[in-house]
Design a protein around this ligand. Structure first.
Ligand code: HEM
Length: 216
């Protein structure tokens, strides 16, 4: 493999690991909406919006996403080119190709979700402002009154889980942690993490949907 491609994979892994940490923090904060008191989440949201260090981290986060997406597209194009030359000689590349192709598809779907999600929350909170008498908590839960909307979110969380499961493992490989002894552990942690993220975010969406509808 070329040096530039190894560096690209390393940066991809590093930005991916950063996003992995962001997601777990985001999940913990959002799970406060499951508590019976609205105040807990509103206070956490207020702290996140006003703390200067967290404010600055938003730019790092945006950069993390941009680098990760940009490198992902670049690596896919690079792999495609390499494959058209190697394919005739090396049928083994078919397998790795399938998983990397599924990464660009699941990654693409996560980008579509992110655009929707940022419009709903980030844009609404930062640029439009909340309607009179409503809090951050109300904005979060009100969106889940719609069953189709809730379903789109839950499907996105499952796709995100699939993306993370492969991404987590391959991030460690790209950073050189490819060892017979540790690979099974990395695989277990990767699967556990992806399940916690997909199930955790889905629970929040479904909980608020059930809570506000009359189906139970
Ligand atoms: C039930 C699920 C989720 C809920 C209720 C939720 C809620 C929110 C809220 C309220 C904000 C605005 C925070 C603020 O600016 O003060 C936000 C921002 C954001 N969310 Fe989510 N989110 C969920 C899942 C996700 C997932 C799965 C991802 C990533 C794939 C994600 C990525 C982001 C990003 C990048 C931002 C903007 C950065 C920030 O303001 O912290 N969210 N989300």
């Amino acid at each position: 493999m070329e040096l530039s491609s190894i560096i690209r994979k390393f940066i991809m892994a590093l930005s991916g690991l950063f996003l992995i940490i962001f997601l777990i923090t985001h999940l913990v904060i959002n799970s406060l909406t499951l508590a019976s008191s609205k105040d807990l989440f509103n206070e956490a949201a207020h702290f996140m919006a006003t703390n200067p260090i967290i404010y600055a981290m938003q730019y790092v986060l945006a950069l993390g996403f941009i680098i990760h997406i940009g490198m992902g597209i670049k690596l896919t194009i690079q792999n495609k080119r390499a494959r058209s030359q190697e394919y005739v000689y090396n049928r083994m590349s078919k397998n790795t190709d399938l998983s990397s192709r599924s990464m660009i598809v699941s990654g693409g779907l996560v980008i579509v979700f992110l655009a929707l999600h940022l419009r709903d929350y980030f844009y609404q909170m930062k640029f439009v402002g909340l309607p009179e008498g409503t809090t951050d908590y109300d904005l979060v839960v009100n969106l889940f009154t719609n069953p189709y909307y809730t379903a789109v979110y839950v499907i996105a969380f499952i796709v995100l889980g699939v993306h993370l499961n492969h991404g987590f493992k391959s991030a460690f490989q790209s950073m050189g942690a490819n060892h017979k002894k540790y690979n099974p552990l990395i695989k277990i942690v990767s699967t556990a993490y992806s399940i916690v993220i997909a199930l955790g975010f889905s629970t929040i969406a479904i909980f608020h949907f059930i809570n506000q509808s009359s189906i139970l």
